[in-house]
Design a binder for this molecule. Structure first.
Ligand code: GDP
Ligand code: MG
Length: 178
């Protein structure tokens, strides 16, 4: 925590987005931060992080949200990526079960690299593709409950729950530090 020029309290929270390749991590971030979606996003192109400012009780909260920029394809997400994170979105693709099966591994990696309590949201993305769904809402929900995670299904394509996913995590972090 720090103070700005007028002496107001300010908060800066680092949040990481993790999950298998092509689950929609970069598009969730671009939808949230810039209201943009890209059908043919290149896994290797991406900014390191985007910062979003929010207001809680008149206090400025800045969420610095990190994107892997494709590192996960090579199983090479570095410890620097996780360092200092106080929130995480763990994303899978509801149309590809293998990406849901990987969630446990991502949670282990997160735990290994974090030295503090991390607010964690399990995100089932691409809920616009109901017709080819491969993981039920109930499965996502019960896994999240068992692991003590928040749970939400999103669509970066049609914007369903994207803002909500990020803001539940940010709000939880805020409530724990304020
Ligand atoms: P990342 O590798 O996890 O960063 O995934 P990307 O954000 O690059 O998305 C991978 C592919 O899935 C791209 O072709 C996106 O257009 C597509 N995609 C991402 N989110 C959604 C979504 O919510 N719905 C649908 N239908 N496609 C999506
Ligand atoms: Mg990406």
């Amino acid at each position: 925590m720090s103070s700005d020029d007028e002496g107001r309290e300010e908060y800066l929270f680092k949040i990481v987005i993790i999950g298998d390749s092509a689950v929609g991590k970069s598009n969730l971030l671009s939808r949230y931060a810039r209201n943009e979606f890209n059908l043919h996003s290149k896994a290797t192109i991406g900014v390191e992080f985007q910062t979003q400012s929010l207001d809680f009780d008149g206090k400025e909260v800045r969420a610095q949200i990190w994107d892997t920029a494709g590192q996960e394809r090579f199983r090479a997400v570095t410890s620097a990526y996780y360092r200092g994170a106080v929130g995480a979105l763990v994303v899978y693709d509801i149309t590809r079960r293998t990406t849901f099966d990987s969630v446990g591994r991502w949670l282990d990696e997160l735990k290994t690299h974090s030295d503090t309590t991390v607010a964690r949201m399990l995100v089932g993305n691409k809920c616009d593709l109901e017709n080819i769904r491969d993981v039920s809402v109930e499965e996502g929900k019960s896994f999240a409950e068992a692991e003590g995670l928040f749970f939400i299904e999103t669509s970066a394509l049609d914007s369903t729950n994207v803002r909500k996913a990020f803001e539940i995590v940010i709000g939880d972090i805020y409530n724990n530090v304020s």
